[in-house]
Design a protein around this ligand. Structure first.
Ligand code: AGP
Length: 608
């Protein structure tokens, strides 16, 4: 996902734009660029890599202008290079920054070449600048030119545009990629993420798909695709400056790991009664609708999918509901059969993941009972597309590796299971126990942080290896998968999770003294079987790191047993996540990777 920002003001906007890019850098950081509408010309600077490289160039050139656009890129079309960096220009007149993907870029490229345009980059975005220029030549007005140009685009885009001949104005358009207008004092803004302009905007207008905007420092005009002016409600957004500072921690990821007691507390606050969830915590009518739920179809990606896989057991146990779980990128291509009274549930921290949004879009054309979204960003597309929703209230998650998003998603999913059971008036005792476990979760997460001392003793050995195995049974296999994903995505160690019982069917061949084996051994009905699986590892000289408790204590010659806090039946998976997050974080620190912004990744993947 790229970050785009535009500003028009009574003051110079260079610093505002750079600051905005820094606040969006977690979304993508292959290159960054800025274009400023100066008196005689548009001044453009572009830099490979981080925003700090662009900032250094700005210090050198000291450009001044009261209108401009800027961009931080996560490459989708064309490798990271200066030519491919935004802003892209056409004939030194029209400059554009773009977030999204244009699916019919080949045909547009061919057509523009025929019209005599010299196309410099490999990107789809540059073509939009030329198209707008083409229509500007024909129509004269930049807004109309933008409207006509975007009619030719297929795919997703949010764009901000400046025109050399239209001083003081920024033009914008939104289609399936988030974009909002920020109202300031003698200045106005456009951005793909409220965080970018939270400190300079007093109110926000969330553009809808098909909206266009023309802003100057003292006027905001929003149009639909017929060029009719439309009103959008002004909203306030809680994005505060503290949310985007590291708050004394070394990394955003570290901060977000340690925020989890508070963020899970914010997820459950106002949603739990004495021994049950409150009614309609997923929105008006949800409690009634949940009476009919016979099965659930989950779709998500990455960490959010691991949350669904972990939660399956809660739905089978508490509300006796079978679950289908699909990778969002696979779901709609398998032409799923939809049985009557199936609830569709999408899970996404960002609410902008293209694969998950596309799955939700597809599901809405099918005969599901309805769609529930569990999401962390209230202004996101997913939050607006679902029938019912629960915001996890974790606060902005800046580290690319999801941490507090995962544990708050689990808390939300447990409340969904209780909510459905309550609507169907079953398993009152289990609902009460799960509610109590939820209430105890923040303090147990806090207790789990003490495990860092144990983690510090095993970090060096794991950091020196290139492979790792993670084992768990039942729900703890999905937690092991999440732990393995954390390690691989921030330390670049190849980590793979297996159901412990599966080890002997092949993966055991990997076990020797070079591959650390991390195992989750909660005291549950499967602990005896798990311990015998671990004996298989020991017998082959494997190095075992086991997280368990008194009943699952196993003699370990090579490795370490780490005692977990005593958890409840329903909150154990949430608590067992913490040491795996800490382990991944400490190993990545040891390896010195750019763990808040790991190579090749972006915080929210808005392309399929
Ligand atoms: C997890 O650490 C990664 N950041 C990634 O797998 C992420 O969970 C996935 O891209 C889904 O993102 P979403 O929750 O914003 O939809």
């Amino acid at each position: 996902m790229c970050g785009i920002i535009g500003a028009t003001s009574s003051r110079s906007v260079g610093k505002i734009l750079i600051k905005g890019l820094q606040l969006m850098e977690y979304r993508g950081y292959d290159s960054a660029g800025i274009a400023l509408n100066q008196k005689e010309q548009v001044f453009r600077l572009r830099a490979l890599g981080k925003v700090s490289n662009l900032e250094e160039m700005m210090v050198e050139h000291k450009p001044k202008a009261k209108t401009g656009i800027a961009h931080t890129r996560w490459a989708t079309h064309g490798e990271p290079s200066e030519d491919n960096a935004h802003p892209h220009g056409s004939n030194d007149e029209v400059y554009i920054v773009h977030n999204g993907i244009i699916e019919n870029h080949e045909s547009i490229r061919a057509r523009l070449k025929k019209e005599g345009y010299k196309i410099i980059s490999q990107t789809d975005s540059e073509l939009i600048a030329h198209l707008i220029h083409f229509y500007k030549q024909k129509l004269g007005k930049t807004t109309q030119a933008m409207i006509e140009a975007t009619k030719e685009l297929k795919g997703a885009y949010s764009i901000a545009v400046i025109d050399k001949d239209k001083k003081g104005k920024v033009f914008a358009a939104r289609q399936k990629s988030p974009l909002l207008i920020g109202r300031g004092i003698e200045e106005n803004f456009v951005a793909s993420d409220p965080l970018a302009i939270a400190s300079v905007a007093e109110g926000f207008y969330l553009l809808e798909d098909g909206d266009f905007a023309e802003i100057s420092k003292d006027k905001i005009k929003i149009f639909d695709e017929t060029s009719k002016e439309v009103q959008r409600n002004e909203t306030l957004i809680e994005a505060t400056a503290t949310a985007t500072s590291r708050g004394g921690y070394k990394h955003f990821m570290e901060k977000e790991i340690y925020e989890q007691p508070e963020s899970v507390g914010n997820t459950i606050n106002g949603r739990l009664g004495e021994n049950d969830v409150l009614n309609n915590i997923f929105g008006l009518g949800s409690s009634d609708a949940f009476k009919e739920v016979k099965r659930i179809q989950f779709v998500a990606c990455g960490t959010s999918l691991h949350a669904a896989k972990t939660a399956r057991k809660w739905f089978e146990d508490i509300c006796e509901t079978p679950c289908y779980i699909d990778f969002a990128s696979e779901y709609r291509y398998r032409n799923p059969l939809v049985e009557e009274n199936t609830l569709f549930v999408s899970i996404s921290q960002s609410g902008e993941t293209a694969d998950t949004l596309a799955a939700l879009e597809y599901a809405k054309s099918k005969e599901y009972l309805g769609a529930v979204s569990i999401c962390n960003v209230p202004t996101s597309t997913m939050a607006r597309d679902a029938d019912w929703k629960m915001f996890t209230n974790a606060g902005p998650e800046i580290g690319v590796a999801s941490t507090k998003a995962f544990t708050t998603q689990l808390a939300a999913l447990l409340m969904l299971a209780i909510s459905i059971a309550k609507s169907q008036d079953i398993n009152k005792d289990k609902r009460a126990e799960a509610t109590q476990d939820l209430r105890n979760t923040p303090s147990l997460l806090q207790e789990a942080f003490a495990l860092k001392a144990d983690i510090d003793q095993i970090t060096e050995n794991i950091a020196s290896k290139n492979n790792a195995l993670y084992l768990g049974r039942g729900m703890f296999f999905s937690i092991a998968q999440e732990g393995a994903l954390k390690l691989k995505e921030i330390s670049y160690i190849h980590a793979e999770a297996y159901p412990a019982g599966e080890l002997k069917h092949g993966p055991l061949a990997l076990v020797d003294d070079k591959i650390p084996v991390v195992a989750l051994a909660p005291e549950d009905s499967l602990v005896e079987k798990l311990l015998s699986n671990l004996e298989e590892v020991k017998a082959r000289g494997g190095t075992l790191y086991v997280f368990g408790n008194a009943k699952s204590k196993i003699e370990i010659k090579r490795g370490k047993f780490i005692k977990m806090p005593e958890c409840g039946t329903y909150n154990a998976p949430i608590v067992y996540t913490v040491p795996l997050q800490l382990l991944a974080y400490e190993v990545a620190c040891h390896r010195g990777t750019d763990l808040d912004q790991p190579r090749n990744l972006a915080k929210s993947v808005t392309v399929e």
